[in-house]
Each structure stands twice: as C-alpha cells, then as structure tokens.
Write a protein that binds this ligand. Structure first.
Ligand SMILES: [Fe+2]
Length: 195
C-alpha cells in the first residue's frame, strides 16, 4: 500500500549506494525534477530488473554487515548492462532524495528487500510536489525508472537488507532538497568519488 503526503522537509542523509559525506559534489542550479533533454540510456527494462533483483536476492552468498555510521554497501556484481549492490540498514539509516544519473547517463533500478523492511519515498512531480510513501517488506521488489527521484529509509526498529540492481551501472546521482518551496537539485555525486 502506498500513501501520498504533502511536501515537507525531507531529512538529509547520504544517497545510496553509500556516500563519503564529503563536500566533493557539484552544486547545480535549481530547476526541474529531470532534464527532458537528457536522452534515456537505461538498458534493461523494469520487468527484467525486478526479476534480476529478486533472483540475486534469493541467491546471495555474501553476508551483509551493519555499520553504525552509515548503511553498509557492497557491489556484488558488475556486468556489461547492469550492476548489483547489497545494502544493509540499521534502524533510522536512509538516503537523501536522489535520482540515478545526475545529468548524463541515468539508470533504471529495482530494489528487492532481502530481510527486514524499508520505506521508499518517491517524489510526485507537479506544481506542489509531494511524496509517495511505500512500505516494502521482505520479498517485495520495487522498480525505479531512470527519471524517478526517491529515497529509501529503514523506518522500522529492526535491521534490514536490500539488493539493488541498476541498468546501466550507476555512474552518478543527483540529490535533491524538498521543502515547502518545492523540489530543488542539490549535488551531483559520482562513482569513484562519493562511493
Ligand atoms: Fe535509489
């Protein structure tokens, strides 16, 4: 079940897979949710990504760790058209609002909850953007297209583990701020620099 809430300040936290939390990102001008001039480069479709996320989640050989400073993340597969990450979340750990591409090479994604439960917050664009809240229990999978701005958080009181598939592999993410004035891009985070 999902619910729609009105825009409200969204608590800050590192975007995923994991962030060094440094100020190495680049500030971009305030603008729209997604740049329509950016050509889509997603390789695998949502159904395929959901199937892969579910398959990898059911066939894990790596034991996740839980770390107090930030959620734990480890890339478990890197292929020519997709990659997979295993994430572990203690209660209260989460991401900033973010997309999966920043400016150049957006990625579609799917998230499978392996154990515990997570909550996904998805921005609903419009004159007055709001957040859709979707609880995800173990065994559930959520697909994310390459234009979606969302956040994940462990709102439960128990640890959670999730398996994330990105296509193409994640090269950059843009974070966003959402408050009573609307949605504003904040930073670009890049693979090799911020995670
Ligand atoms: Fe994401």
């Amino acid at each position: 079940m999902s619910t729609v809430t009105t825009a409200a300040p969204f608590p800050a936290g590192p975007a995923h897979p994991v962030s060094a939390g440094s100020a190495s990102g680049r500030t971009v001008p305030v603008g729209v949710v997604a740049d329509s001039a950016v050509a889509s480069s997603a390789v695998l479709g949502g159904d395929r990504l959901e199937a892969l996320a579910g398959f990898y989640a059911a066939n894990l050989t790596l034991r996740p760790r839980f770390t107090r400073g930030s959620r734990w993340a480890r890339r478990v597969l890197a292929g020519p058209d997709h990659e997979a990450w295993l994430l572990a979340w203690l209660p209260g750990q989460g991401t900033e609002l973010h997309d999966h591409g920043g400016v150049a090479r957006p990625a579609a994604a799917a998230v499978a909850v392996v154990s515990g439960s997570l909550t996904e917050y998805t921005v609903r664009p419009g004159d007055f953007p709001g957040l859709r809240r979707r609880p995800l229990a173990a065994g559930e999978v959520s697909a994310v297209d390459d234009r979606t701005v969302h956040a994940m958080r462990n709102d439960s009181d128990a640890p959670a583990v999730s398996l994330h598939v990105y296509s193409p592999g994640l090269e950059a993410m843009r974070t966003y701020l959402l408050d009573e004035t609307g949605l504003a891009p904040a930073r670009i985070k890049r693979a090799g620099e911020d995670w």
